[in-house]
Design a protein. Structure first.
Length: 335
C-alpha cells in the first residue's frame, strides 16, 4: 500500500510538472508570436513610408562615349522596386537607370534611350502596370530604330522585397513575374534580366524572430524567382551577391532597407557585367576616359630623349642589380 501511495504521489508531481512546462512553453510561444508581429508591423510601416521618398524618374537619351560612332540607338527599361529606382540619391546620374545606361552606351558604342518605371515599395502586383507603361512607351518603341535587334533592347526587373514584407502567396508573385518576362520578350523583343529578391535576413538592425523569418522566406522566394527566370529564358542575378567587397553597412542606406549610392553602383556593375556576358560583347576598359590626370597626357607619345643624352647614358656604367633580385621583375612590379 505504501508503494502505491508513493506511486500516486510521484504521478501527481509529474503531471503537475508537465502541466507547468506546457503552460510555460505556450506562454513563450505566444510571446514570440507577439514579438514577431510587433517587429513585422514596424518594418511594414517603414516600408510603406518609403513610398513617399524621392526617387529617380528617367526618360532620356544617354549620349555615346566620345570617339564612338552612333550607328543606332539602344533601348533600356528599368522595372520594379527600390533596389533599382534609386531612392534618396543626391545626383540622378548616380542612380541605377543612368549608371546602367551610361555603361551600356560604352559597351555598345551607341546612344541609349532609357526609361524607368521602378517605384519605391513596389509589389509584384505592380509589375503588370509597369510593363504596360514600358510597352506603350513611344520613347522606347522599336519603330524609332531603322534596324533593331534583341541585342540592343534590354529590360531589368527587380521585385520581391515588398512581397516578403507584405506577405502574398507565392502562387501569385511567381506567375506575375513570369508573365512580365514573357510580355517583355514577346511584345517588346527585350532581353530580360531579373534581380532576384535579396536576403532580407542580412539587413542591419534586425533581430530574431523577424531576422530568421525574413531570411528563410526571402531565400525561398529568390530561389523560385531564379527558376522562373531560367524557365522563361531570362537571366537571373543575385542582388545579395552584388553587395559584397566592403562592409555591408556602407552598401545599404541608413535605414538598411535599400542600397546606398555605393550599393546602387555595385548593383549596376553586376547588371552591366551580365549584359556584356549575355551578348558576348568584347570589353576593353580605357581608364583615360574616367581619370582626368591620365587623359590626354596618357594618349600623347612619350618624348624621345635627345641623342646626346642617350650617348651619355650609354657611356655611364650601369649599377649591378642586387643579388637575388630579377631586374625585369623589379621593373614590372613598380611600373
Amino acid at each position: 500500500m505504501m508503494t502505491v501511495k508513493g506511486g500516486k504521489f510521484v504521478g501527481k508531481r509529474m503531471l503537475y510538472t508537465l502541466a507547468t512546462m506546457t503552460g510555460t512553453a505556450v506562454g513563450v510561444g505566444a510571446s514570440a508570436v507577439g514579438l514577431l508581429r510587433h517587429q513585422a508591423g514596424a518594418l511594414r510601416k517603414a516600408f510603406d513610408d518609403d513610398a513617399q521618398r524621392t526617387y529617380s524618374t528617367v526618360a532620356e537619351a544617354v549620349a555615346p562615349p566620345r570617339n564612338y560612332d552612333d550607328e543606332d540607338s539602344a533601348a533600356l527599361a528599368i522595372i520594379g522596386d527600390s533596389w533599382l529606382c534609386g531612392i534618396d540619391v543626391d545626383d540622378p546620374l548616380t542612380a541605377p537607370p543612368n549608371l546602367i545606361a551610361r555603361g551600356l552606351g560604352r559597351i555598345l558604342g551607341t546612344t541609349v534611350r532609357v526609361q524607368s518605371t521602378a517605384l519605391p515599395s513596389a509589389l509584384s502586383e505592380d509589375l503588370p502596370r509597369q510593363v504596360d507603361e514600358i510597352l506603350r512607351s513611344a520613347w522606347l518603341s522599336r519603330q524609332l530604330s531603322d534596324s533593331w535587334t534583341e541585342q540592343r533592347r534590354f529590360a531589368i526587373i527587380s521585385i520581391g522585397t515588398g512581397d516578403i514584407i507584405h506577405p502574398i502567396h507565392g502562387t501569385i508573385g511567381i506567375p506575375v513575374l513570369t508573365q512580365a518576362i514573357n510580355r517583355l520578350q514577346r511584345e517588346g523583343r527585350y532581353t530580360v534580366f531579373v534581380l532576384v529578391c535579396p536576403n532580407l535576413g542580412g539587413l542591419p538592425g534586425l533581430r530574431d524572430p523577424l531576422k530568421t523569418s525574413l531570411r528563410r522566406t526571402s531565400r525561398v522566394l529568390a530561389g523560385s524567382q531564379w527558376l522562373a527566370a531560367l524557365a522563361a529564358r531570362a537571366t537571373p542575378l543575385r542582388a545579395t551577391g552584388s553587395l559584397s567587397g566592403t562592409t555591408r553597412k556602407s552598401l545599404l542606406n541608413e535605414s538598411g532597407r535599400f542600397p546606398s549610392t555605393l550599393g546602387y553602383a555595385q548593383l549596376s556593375s553586376t547588371v552591366l557585367a551580365a549584359i556584356a556576358d549575355r551578348i558576348e560583347a568584347p570589353i576593353e576598359v580605357d581608364r583615360s576616359l574616367d581619370i582626368p590626370e591620365k587623359g590626354e597626357a596618357a594618349r600623347r607619345p612619350a618624348p624621345q630623349p635627345q641623342a646626346e643624352a642617350q650617348t651619355e647614358t650609354e657611356t655611364q656604367p650601369q649599377p649591378e642589380p642586387e643579388q637575388g633580385v630579377d631586374p625585369v621583375l623589379e621593373t614590372e612590379a613598380f611600373s
